[in-house]
Design a protein around this ligand. Structure first.
Ligand code: FES
Ligand SMILES: [Fe+2]
Length: 352
């Protein structure tokens, strides 16, 4: 038996809007498998173009609707015995019966599609959405081009990763930058945080004064605007796969500079720089402990304000039995599970 505590973090899964796919990933008629919120999901787009996100397993005998499920108008058909379910998750037809099964229901998640993402609303107790994800103006006004995309799956909790945003001091040590962002404003407005920072960018022609302004829309989405050298908008989407594993998608848009080729070169260079920093952060996140009571410097960023804001997204109890939450083992070993109990050990062998 291991001495390691069972929970990697004091937190459970936060509630909120989270990206479960990008718009081009799910075409009309597609039914696809996904795994987020520690849950197997099916994503399907009906004939009217609307996307649906539901629990994956058919309540009849457990087939995965994202592996062979067929979209029939506004219903999804199970590949195993042909049962049909509608966009609310209700059983609408059993092809070999006159009746339907009213208790057979698929859990259905509220969906919003915008900014190039398919967002699902996750709440452990299935409460309805308590806020909205706004459209990003720069994506619709035609002045920006993109997106250039990057994507990472990290062995860390979603809150740990988000905390990086208020950590101005680490830029010098992890990212080796001479000029760290200076946070000028960090305000909480319900589900949203607004952070404004001053950033000096070294260039071959000298240092340029710039800005980094970030708005978080709940725990799953944030929009970061960089200005000074080239105006760039970064739409980020972070989604918990499990409470200790997170997928992050970055979409970069740059202000149009004329031709597509220039836009795309600049977009890619910017994305590569931010991505380089992200990859530098990964080993820190994956191996660090979560400290409930960190020892902070007076010049550190607003960590405790960030944590207080984030705590509103936990509908379930946060464990307070410890103040130090280390990784159970090295993250690269975390997927190794102990030998599984055999079926005969569980159900008894047919010969006994
Ligand atoms: S398992 Fe889905 S119809 Fe039987
Ligand atoms: Fe970082």
């Amino acid at each position: 038996m291991s001495d390691a505590p069972a929970n990697r973090y004091p937190f459970t899964m936060p509630f909120g809007w989270f990206a479960v796919a990008e718009t081009p990933d799910v075409s009309v008629g597609d039914a696809k498998a996904a795994y987020y919120f520690d849950t197997h999901l099916v994503l399907w787009r009906d004939d009217t173009g609307e996307v649906h996100v539901q629990d994956a397993f058919c309540p009849h005998l457990g087939a995965h609707l994202g592996h062979g499920g067929i979209v029939d108008n506004c219903q999804i058909v199970c590949p195993f015995h042909g049962w049909k379910f509608d966009a609310e998750g209700a059983n609408t037809e059993i092809p070999y019966s006159e009746r339907i099964n009213r208790s057979a229901k698929l859990r259905t998640y509220p969906v919003a599609e915008r900014n190039g993402f398919i967002y699902a609303w996750y709440h452990p107790q299935e409460e309805p959405p308590s806020y909205e994800i706004p459209e990003v103006d720069e994506l619709v006004n035609g002045e920006f081009s993109g997106p250039t995309k990057t994507n990472h799956i990290v062995e860390t909790g979603i809150q740990e990763m988000a905390e990086n945003g208020v950590d101005s001091a680490h830029f010098r040590y992890v990212h080796n930058v001479d000029e760290v962002p200076v946070i000028q404003r960090y305000d909480i407005d319900g589900h949203r945080t607004i952070m404004e920072s001053k950033q000096r960018f070294p260039t071959p022609r000298g240092v340029v004064d710039g800005r980094i302004d970030a708005t978080a829309e709940g725990p799953g989405v944030s929009v970061v605007r960089f200005s000074g050298i080239i105006d760039t908008v970064l739409v980020t989407a972070s989604t918990p796969i499990r409470s200790d594993q997170t997928e992050t998608r970055f979409h970069f848009y740059v202000r149009n500079m004329g031709d597509e080729a220039t836009n795309s070169t600049v977009g890619q260079a910017f994305a590569a720089e931010v991505d380089k920093q992200f990859v530098e952060d990964m080993p820190i996140w994956e191996h660090k402990a979560h400290l409930v009571r960190p020892a902070l410097a007076d010049t550190d960023g607003p960590f405790m304000k960030f944590r207080k804001w984030y705590s509103q997204f936990y509908a379930e109890d946060i464990s307070d039995d410890r103040t130090v939450f280390p990784p159970p083992y090295w993250p690269e070993k975390m997927d190794e599970t102990p030998a599984k109990a055999t079926a005969s050990a569980k159900y008894g062998s047919p010969t006994t």
